[in-house]
Each structure stands twice: as C-alpha cells, then as structure tokens.
Design a binder for this molecule. Sequence first.
Ligand SMILES: Nc1nc2c(c(=O)[nH]1)N[C@H]1C(S)=C(S)[C@@H](COP(=O)(O)OP(=O)(O)OC[C@H]3O[C@@H](n4cnc5c(N)ncnc54)[C@H](O)[C@@H]3O)O[C@H]1N2
Ligand code: MOO
Length: 419
Amino acid sequence: MSNKMNFLDFQEAVKISLDLAKTTTLKEIIPISKALGRVVGSDVLCKKNLPSFNNSAMDGFAFKIKDAGKTLKIKKVIFAGDKGDDVKAILKEEECYKIMTGAKVPSDVDTIIPIENCINANEQTVTLPSDLKEGSNLRLKGEEQKEGNVLFKKGEVINSSHITLLASQGLMMIEVFKQISIAVVSTGNELKEPWEEANEEEIYNCNSYALVSLLSEAGFDATYSGVVPDNLEESINFISNLKTYDVVITTGGISMGDADFVGEAFIQNGLKTAFHGVNVKPGRPIMMGSIEHENKQTFVMCLPGNPLTAMVNMQLFAIPVLNKIQGNSGFYHDICIANNVQEFKTKKGRVNLVLGNLENGGFSVTRNNKYGSGMITALYESNCILVTDENTSNIEQKQMVKVIKFNNKLLQTQINIFN
Ligand SMILES: Nc1nc2c(c(=O)[nH]1)N[C@H]1C(S)=C(S)[C@@H](COP(=O)(O)OP(=O)(O)OC[C@H]3O[C@@H](n4cnc5c(N)ncnc54)[C@H](O)[C@@H]3O)O[C@H]1N2
Ligand code: MOO
C-alpha cells in the first residue's frame, strides 16, 4: 500500500476504476419470464403500434361531434374483441354506436361519451349534451408508440415495466448481456466457515457470504470460491485458478500486515494495479486493477478485511464498476435529499463514508458516527451512506444532506454526491 502521503484522491479512484472497467460483449437471448434484473443487450423497437387500432377508452356511445346536443338512434353495440364486419362503418344520419372500453371504433365516428355523462339513455336512443369535445375518450392507433420507435434501450436494467412492454408487443424473448462471472474470495488463517466450530480465538468468515448476497441483491451472480491462504506461494497458486472469471473480489490481506500477501499474489499473476490506497475512511487500503488476457479482462477488486469496510465500499465503490462491466448504461450513484436529524462530526482531510438511516425524509446517523470498521451490527442498523468531502468536519442538525440508499438505482450521468 502507498505511504500516507500518497493515498489516491477518492474521486480520482472512482474515475480510474470506471475507466479501467471494460463492458462485456457477450449476450444471450432469454425468455421474458427470466429477464427481471438483467441488462438489455440491444435496443427494443416497437413492432406493433400502441394501441394497434382506434379504440374506446370508456363504456359509452360513439358518435360524430356534429351530433352533440341531439338525440341519436343506437344502431349497434360494439364489444372489445369485435373485428372485421362487426366494426364496419354503417351509420346513417343521427345514429350512433353503443361501445365498450377497448372496443375498436368504426371509421364513421370521431368522439366517445361515457354512459354516465349522457342526458338520457335507453335501449334504443341516447340524448347527448351539447358541450362535447371532438376526439374525447378515443384512443388513436399509434398515439402511444408507433412501429419503429425505440421502446427501450440497450443498457437498461429490466423491471416489470419493461416486461409489460415486451408482452404488449408479443415478444417472449429478449437479448440481454450474459451475466458476468464474479468470484468472491476471503483471506486469512483466522477464518472459520459458518458451519465449522470456531473457538474464542477464531472468527467466522462473514465477508464472503455478505458480499455474495449483496451482489445478488444488486442483480449479479457471484460465486464464493474459498479462502486464500496467508502465504505468498499458496496465494499465487490459488489466484492463478481465478483468472477465468470476469471479476475477482477479495476481502482482507491488503494493508500493511506481515500476512498481507494478496496484492503481491495478484501481481505475480499479471495484475496491473490501478491503485492501492485511497483517501477514504473506511476503505483506505482498497486496491483495484486488472489482469488483461488476449481478448478479455479479469477485473480485480481487493477490499479490506473489516466487514463494515468491505460492505460499505462494495456498495459505494465496487457496484458502479460491476454495473459498467455488466453493460448497464447507468453506473453513477443517485442521491436522496434528507433532513439531518442529529448533529455529528466527521474527520477533515479525507472522504468519510458515514452510515445512517433514511426514514420519512430524515437522515439519522448510525451510533453518532462512532462505530468501528470491524463492526457488523452498525451495518445492519443502517440503510444508507452519507459521503462527506475532505473539507467537511461537521454535519449540523436540520442541515439538508445528500444520502445514497443501499441498492439504489444507478444513473447515466454523474452527479455530486458529496456533503
Ligand atoms: N499499519 C497499518 N495497519 C493497518 C492499516 C494501515 O494503514 N496501516 N490500515 C487499517 C485499515 S484502514 C484496515 S480497513 C485494515 C484492513 O486490513 P486488511 O485488508 O489487510 O484486512 P485483514 O487484516 O486481513 O483483516 C482485517 C480485519 O477483518 C477481519 N476479517 C478479514 N476477513 C474476514 C472475513 N472474511 N470475515 C470476517 N472478518 C474478516 C480480520 O479478522 C481482521 O479483524 O487494516 C488496518 N491496519
Ligand atoms: O478501511 Mo479501514 O476500515 O478504513 O479502518
């Protein structure tokens, strides 16, 4: 890790990591029932006008606007689903159709009135008010989307609205970017797996399970690939087997300790380090870089071992990079503006990532901002992160602050996240 004077500026580190990340080129075609959360692989065009025929927005009567104010004979009842001769134009003078919501509108009428707005209506006739607007309650062919329009774009993350659009087009399959492969590994001889017995001097490996589940919440497919041993030789071997992954994420073993071999083991495997050490708390020892293969990249993210540090930096730092690699066109954090409930201090001279809770428009800092990077419950008690810049030492009560919610939607343009 760099010496104290050389910790990289946080914003610079964000820029470098995003610039380094190459978007995957691999795509696949999948059923829409499996597409939620996936990233659209190519623009989807409208192939069926929305709506695809002129239809009624109301249960009522379809007539010519020149007949407003008159009593008209009801020539015919038209139902949703009627087609062909059943919806042919057949009106003579002072006639109208009774029509149901969604039914095709014949070409000889231009306006629809809901049944309850008529002056009088029976089986044979209807009396219309005189102040009616031409075209009311008529949904015109293609008024929402015309054939050839872009319905949604490559790089969007599919949600239920995208699925609605696809189904409305009769599309059962969609091209998406293939899920990138992500290996999550831990480091440290002190670790026991949760299914093992740990004595008082041993700790459970929670980082790997934490990160795999956080990645899953964020729409990624990550595999827990084991614990790197605290020994250079074995670490080099272990890491050489991870080079087939698109991304390798490690926790621990990257600060100044005698057992911190991870950085060196990656370098021995061809890693080009982009940075090691960032001026942010927590997360100072963070390292990122890439191993470049002939036509592929393995992006390497080494997060510090402290569980809180690993998780907070995963949310703030790593998730945007992963989204870029995955083909998501949005990879910048969004913010919510909140009213700070209780004054708290932050340290000047570095970027601070402060945990808190966003509730009902108020931001409540976690534990008065006095928690350690090794803590696990502080994370559980929080649902968002507040980021301060290097000049901030105090956030006042009632100050309006910017906060980033865990698992927030990402934006296509970068905004200022700092307080
Ligand atoms: N002399 C210095 N010492 C440290 C510095 C420094 O700048 N100079 N930085 C400190 C900071 S900041 C952090 S953060 C930690 C991070 O160190 P490492 O990334 O090398 O992490 P480890 O030492 O391996 O572990 C730290 C801590 O986390 C626990 N841990 C590790 N892996 C897991 C896991 N999978 N599940 C649960 N807990 C885990 C580990 O037992 C340690 O307690 O370094 C400071 N030191
Ligand atoms: O990154 Mo460490 O958790 O800053 O203390």
